[in-house]
Ligand binder design. Structure first.
Ligand code: ZN
Length: 243
């Protein structure tokens, strides 16, 4: 990709050439100007770190309260163990990561790993009271174009929970884990908190011993930083509309 002087030229709409090419990204961050309650929905333990660990740190720095709810406890990430034992290991790893991220709370709904799509009503039913109790202004969740089936269905799970509650729709931001976003709307400069993000990810020991997630995350966030954020490391997010 070649960088041209056109990237500096503002269009009539106030966006630069580069912003329009890169999925209509705007330089604004998702961080608002008052303290918020933020909810992160993670299909599995580790998605919260990979997808939005940097944004979580930025929210906490500003005084926002960040809660994470895990739809499954990722029992298939430890296939050789009975489910109960795998849950305990992965939930403990998530609690250790939560301490580093300074989360206000973590909750585990223990829906079925990999077959979450067959349990959407159950997951919505378990998620609804969490959303009702916390009343988040902003919810992070995997964007619906992710290839992983549990990530893909997190959006309909949340839609079911919001419908059951009948509450006002919060703002939704989609994060990327397995499938990089083709279009995004927000860029978060996470350079200052990248070390904390990677340290939290490192607590998911049972997973990083199987795949080099640290390398993958560093690579993706560095790519986003170079192109989208013009900084060292960045995370990008897609604004999700409620149908
Ligand atoms: Zn996942």
């Amino acid at each position: 990709m070649s960088k041209t002087s056109r990237s500096k030229v503002k269009s009539a709409e106030g966006t630069t050439f580069l912003q329009r090419v890169l999925g209509k990204a705007r330089p604004k961050t998702p961080i608002e100007d008052h303290n918020m309650t933020v909810l992160v929905i993670a299909p599995h333990p580790d998605d919260e770190c990979i997808g939005c660990g940097g944004a979580i740190c930025r929210h906490v720095q500003r005084g926002d309260r960040v809660h994470v709810v895990f739809l499954t406890s990722g029992e298939l990430g430890l296939k050789e163990l009975p489910s109960e034992q795998a849950w305990n290991i992965r939930e403990q790893e998530a609690r250790e990561a939560a301490k580093i991220l300074k989360l206000a709370s973590v909750e585990f709904l223990r829906c079925p790993d990999w077959t979450l799509g067959d349990a959407i009503p159950l997951a919505s039913q378990r998620l609804a009271p969490v959303v009702r109790r916390l009343v988040p202004e902003l919810i992070y969740l995997p964007h619906p174009q992710e290839w992983h089936p549990d990530h893909k269905v997190t959006f309909p799970v949340l839609m079911g929970a919001l419908a059951a509650n009948g509450s006002a729709a919060p703002r939704l931001l989609g994060y990327e884990v397995w499938t990089p976003l083709a279009e995004f709307h927000h860029v978060e400069n996470i350079s200052d908190v990248m070390d904390t993000k990677l340290k939290a990810l490192g607590e998911h020991r049972s997973q990083i011993s199987q795949l080099d997630y640290v390398r993958a995350v560093r690579g993706l966030n560095e790519f986003r930083g170079a192109i989208a954020g013009r900084c060292r490391y960045a995370e990008v997010f897609q604004e999700l509309a409620i149908p």
